[in-house]
Design a binder for this molecule. Structure first.
Ligand SMILES: NC(=O)c1ccc[n+]([C@@H]2O[C@H](COP(=O)([O-])OP(=O)(O)OC[C@H]3O[C@@H](n4cnc5c(N)ncnc54)[C@H](O)[C@@H]3O)[C@@H](O)[C@H]2O)c1
Length: 324
């Protein structure tokens, strides 16, 4: 059975990808940040826990990355700091984790002759849409330290392909949502705030729009890209070619939950003007034309599943507290 490595495996997307790859018959080495409690994040309660080979270390630390990468010929690199608000507070943490962390994966891949190096980018690298839908030729623009760190990591990755023939593939997901997502993200915060108090919700700018993909569809795109030989050295968008504003999302969730809350603006949720990415909408033709990927979950179907999951897993979240 083929062994693969997933970095950031205990997080939101990584945990779903780990379980999906096990279901597809792979042995998974799950790498995530070292902690003294042997906490495996979202994989703590996975039904596949005993089939997973856990390795805790630090993506910023070359030694631990190089050591774990000796075990495999394929890596899915997802470990990253992802929150935009925290990137305003600590840009250097993003440079160290996202840029240097990706360098550690690339340099190890080069030395160890890895065969398949899948690097995770983000649609935030494009900045606000100059046109929609946005293909891979859209210009890159760092509107937040998070976006800037991912642009840098992407460019270092492409340079490894151009300079050393390292077989990288740059997966660029637009927004992802679903079970296990952090309650700081927009869809979980709306659901969780409503579960706490159904009469009001605190939100930022209601008019920004994004392209949302249900997490299992994103993971399937990772798999399809992994299998493709044509996509080595390429950037591949992953999204649905649709977009929803936050206001529209609130309407979809509240009608599904049968609630009509008052929306209150929380200034802490509003990004600085020049940093606000107004609109992102994916052009997924490259993914569709080069792989067998199809979107299985419409936005409404994914939202229904996500609400159900949060209702069933209330015990994982502290509904009394509200954070940005
Ligand atoms: N969630 C989205 O909407 C979205 C959209 C586009 C791209 N992405 C990208 O997908 C990837 C996964 O994102 P996610 O949403 O699952 O985030 P997440 O925060 O749930 O997962 C990130 C994982 O990386 C781990 N990590 C962080 N610092 C580390 C370190 N120093 N050493 C080892 N592990 C470390 C975390 O512990 C966590 O398990 C990221 O690269 C992110 O940029 C996410």
């Amino acid at each position: 059975m083929k062994k693969i490595l997933i970095t950031g495996a205990c997080g939101f997307i990584g945990s779903h990808l780990t379980e999906m790859m096990i279901e597809k018959g792979y042995n998974v080495v799950a790498f995530d940040r070292y902690n003294s409690n042997n906490d495996y994040g979202w994989l703590n309660n996975s039904k596949y826990k005993k089939h997973i080979e856990f390795e805790l270390g630090d993506i910023r630390d070359f030694d631990s990355v190089y050591k774990v990468m000796k075990k495999v010929k394929t890596v899915f690199h997802l470990a990253a700091l992802i929150g935009i608000p925290y990137s305003y507070l600590s840009p250097l943490a993003y440079i160290k984790t996202n840029v240097e962390g990706t360098y550690n994966v690339l340099e190890s891949s080069k030395i160890l002759n890895l065969e398949n190096v899948i690097i995770t980018s983000t649609s935030e690298t494009y900045g606000s849409a100059m046109y929609t839908p946005m293909d891979e030729e859209h210009r890159l623009f760092g509107q937040s330290p998070y976006a800037a760190s991912k642009i840098s990591a992407d460019q270092v990755s492409l340079s490894y392909y151009n300079s050393f023939d390292t077989p990288i593939k740059l997966v660029r997901p637009f927004n992802v949502y679903g079970p296990r997502q952090s309650t700081r993200a927009i869809i979980p915060t709306i659901i969780c705030q409503l579960l706490r108090n159904s009469s009001k919700i605190y939100l930022g700018n209601l008019n920004t729009s994004r392209d949302y993909t249900y997490v299992s569809d994103t993971c399937e795109a990772f798999f399809q890209i992994y299998k493709s030989k044509k996509l080595i050295g390429e950037v591949i968008n992953v999204g649905t070619n649709t977009k929803f504003t936050i206001k529209e999302i609130v309407n979809i969730i509240t009608s599904e939950m049968n609630l009509s809350p008052k929306i209150i603006t929380d200034k802490k949720r509003v990004r600085p003007v020049k940093s606000e990415v107004q609109k992102l909408q994916c052009d997924n033709n490259k993914l569709k034309n080069n792989t067998q990927w199809i979107q299985k979950n419409t936005f409404k179907r994914g939202i229904t599943k996500t609400i159900k999951w949060f209702l069933k897993n209330k015990n994982f979240f502290d509904f009394r507290s509200y954070h940005v």
